[in-house]
Ligand binder design. Structure first.
Ligand code: FRU
Length: 483
């Protein structure tokens, strides 16, 4: 069977072979979710950057398609976005058959110059043609990339956000036709600036719990300088008036994900029902080219539905959950627990959990100073997803998770500040053959980490140190493979 190698993700997209990084051109069109991605058609490390392509009816089952926009003699095809040009504003299609338009960074091989270019498709995204008038935006910079374009209805024009990476600035442009762009404003430096700024995104969401209130969210990816080392995404909430993004006050950087493996996260254009869906690259530039997978490298994180929740101080907090379509892969629960006290120590719940499963748990520390779940345990290996009461922190410990020796940057404990909810740690965990994604406190705190456990590390346990823990509720759903 294909897609069955030991570390091959079963519920995440990965290319059959070769290197992948950022998601690109996320567009829902005509019932299909398009996922383009940074891809090396000729090798299993970064190079020859082109746009690979996969499609899905439901964000769960993916089919890899032929390379959409290959690199050529002159340029590599760096990250960017795609739109449906419904009114054929670009003239690259016809009124009767309007085009899909990709806006990408063309990295000039000879000089390193980064310019913005277009490609278009008139067959629903299968084949793409470069626009003869490329580039459409060139300011003479070597650090000017990753355009996110969307239709801004209030001003009746296209808006682009892109990164002046080395200056920690997001620059906004507007266009009537995707071909001519006018500079609107700049945002930054702000928040975390410990690395270059890449792959921005900008969108508006309603604030749950505050009727009528809406905020704009600006996503800015950062490399290095993330909370777990290396690559990470941060976000700002604020207002966008069609010209300028004004951030709400914030004391500290706000992280999309506190783990090591959630980078270049951006969202879909034109997702149905006003849904805002994010996909991130589930890898990290610190060690990404060394992970022990072959003949492919990298998977995408599971697609997440984004929302905003009103916080006590009147701010809005981003919340994330795996898209609801994940439930279509659930088998009958392998385990259900309600109200069980577990003493200090490690208590096995399942000897042979599936290699791919979902857990929902509510754990109440009952004397324990640290407690949580151990996934993929056995043969001396385990990945701990725990809570540290003294520190007030959620953590994932992958120091003994399996193969950790391919990079000194890999084995580590990753932490995120988290307050318990009425004394309870509320977790949702998605375990695949080489990853864990943790959604805590109903998605307000997320932590994504790759792991590379051996085939015998199939156990699931709870652990508690210096006291016990009460399992208020716990359900384990084995997941069917999406392949
Ligand atoms: C982010 C990034 C982008 C760039 C692409 C090149 O991971 O560095 O800024 O467009 O990867 O592959």
């Amino acid at each position: 069977r294909a897609y069955d190698e030991p570390y091959r993700p079963q519920v995440h997209f990965s290319p059959a072979r070769n290197w992948m990084n950022d998601p690109n051109g996320l567009l829902h069109h005509d019932g299909t979710y398009h996922l383009f991605f940074q891809y090396n058609p000729a090798g299993n490390t970064w190079g020859n950057m082109s746009w690979g392509h996969a499609t899905s009816p439901d964000l769960v089952h993916w089919e890899e398609r032929p390379v959409a926009i290959p690199h050529d003699e002159e340029e590599m095809v760096f990250s960017g976005s795609a739109v449906f040009d419904r009114d054929n504003t670009s003239g690259l299609g016809t009124a009767a058959a309007p085009p899909l338009v990709a806006v990408y960074t063309s990295m000039v091989k000879a000089t390193g110059r980064q310019r913005q270019s277009l490609a278009f498709s008139t067959d629903g995204g299968e084949t793409w043609t470069r626009y003869a008038g490329n580039p459409v935006l060139d300011i003479g910079s070597d650090n000017f990339r990753d355009p996110k374009v969307f239709w801004h209805a209030p001003t009746d024009r296209w808006v682009m956000a892109l990164a002046l990476s080395a200056e920690h600035r997001i620059r906004f442009y507007a266009s009537p036709d995707l071909k001519t762009w006018t500079h609107l404003s700049d945002f930054g430096p702000a928040g975390a600036t410990g690395g270059v700024w890449e792959c921005p995104d900008l969108f508006e969401l309603p604030v749950a719990g505050a009727p009528g209130r809406r905020r704009w969210v600006l996503i800015v990816n950062l490399n290095p300088g993330g909370p777990a080392g290396g690559s990470a995404g941060q976000y700002f909430t604020g207002d966008f008036d069609g010209t300028t993004f004004t951030a709400d006050p914030q004391d500290a950087p706000r992280w999309l994900d506190h783990g090591a493996d959630a980078y270049a996260g951006v969202t879909y254009n034109d997702a149905p029902d006003g849904r805002r869906i994010l996909i991130a690259w589930m890898n990290n530039w610190l060690y990404g080219e060394k992970i022990p997978t072959d003949p492919w490298r990298s998977a995408m994180g599971f697609p997440r539905e984004l929302g905003l929740r009103a916080a006590a101080d009147d701010s809005a907090v981003l919340v994330q959950q795996p898209v609801a379509e994940l439930a279509t892969l659930r088998r009958r629960p392998a385990l259900r627990i309600a109200g069980r006290r577990i003493p200090a120590g490690t208590s096995r719940l399942l000897r042979d959990a599936a290699l791919t499963y979902e857990v929902e748990a509510e754990l109440r520390p009952d004397g324990a100073q640290r407690c949580g779940l151990e996934v993929r345990s056995g043969g001396g290996q385990r990945t701990r997803i725990g809570y540290d009461l003294a520190g007030g922190e959620l953590y994932v410990d992958r120091t003994a998770s399996g193969d950790v020796g391919f990079s000194a940057d890999f084995p580590a404990v990753h932490r995120a500040p988290l307050a318990l909810t009425d004394g309870v740690l509320k977790l949702r965990v998605l375990v695949d053959r080489s990853s864990v994604e943790v959604f805590a406190a109903d998605g307000a705190v997320c932590l994504t980490d790759q792991i590379f456990p051996g085939p015998d590390a199939t156990g699931l346990a709870t652990f508690a140190e210096e006291g016990g823990v009460r399992v208020e509720r716990l359900t384990v759903w084995p997941l069917r493979s999406a392949w």
